[in-house]
Design a protein around this ligand. Sequence first.
Ligand code: ASP
Length: 325
Amino acid sequence: MRKWGIIATWRMAADGVALGADILKNNGKCQDAVEKAIMQVEDYPFYKSVGYGGLPNENCEVELDAAFMDGKTLSIGAIAGIKDYKNPVSIARKLSEDRFNIFLVGAGAEAYAHKNGFVRQNMLTERAKKTWEIRMKEINEKNLSPYDGHDTVCMIGLDSEKDMAVATSTSGLFMKKRGRVGDSPVSGSGFYVDNEVGGAAATGLGEDIMKGCLSYETVQRMRNGMSPMEAAQSAVEDFSVQLRRRRGVAGAISVIAMNNKGEWGIGTNVEFTFVASTSEEEPKVYLANPVFNEDKTVKEVKIEVASKEYMEEYKRNIQKPLEEI
Ligand code: ASP
């Protein structure tokens, strides 16, 4: 049997991964698998950090970042701070076909999307608006940090012809400043893939992920012989140690990785969920929990398959009625 595989960040990727796995199982291409899988997440209104329903910036505008990379040609396309377009990942993929102007932001990205026939849509849902109003109130009343509540969907795919692709999509930090761009559309930080080695992608505090170019770092560690698990965990851990030593604090960082044999791994310095499927395994949602030493270094990361109860509770939580938010 020819090998294929797909791995993605966060529980929200589960249905997308199932769709991507189906494409790969039927000898489809990895580029299509990761794009379609991410579109599924972008279109689902209850996922509050990606696409439609994504959480807005401090001005209550949904600004989206996305990227696409092809591991065979190393082609990249990326957009940042785009408003009111339905599937940012597809716009990023289209840009990856170009030789010049492959990373567009704001009004330029919107003009490109319009010219190329992408669907315009108001991406702010009632639910996201209400969450914004509540947070605004909390910030004013309790002086809370505004930035909690962010996640990126990242997908890495390997197809039966041994090609690889990676893509990302996010609304970035909740309550971010207008124009703020995180790691997700930035090559080497939010994502990287090379058919000759494998791919990696990151989620967490973009401001810190960008300081260590963690996706490229993870791919380089695999190039030098590490397994995806060793590469991702050591890249996250070594850099978290550096950040604490040199800046006093390390933000949340999680990295997924897959090599060109379809072996996968993750690294994280916080509780993290991810989804994986290969020619040998059905799509599964995993929970990863770091166990810490006294000096805050990570002793080990415990990985287990999510229980049925966890899955049900998650669904109840994201779909709870508007009045209960
Ligand atoms: N890395 C994203 C950003 O900083 C957010 C996340 O993945 O949680 O925009």
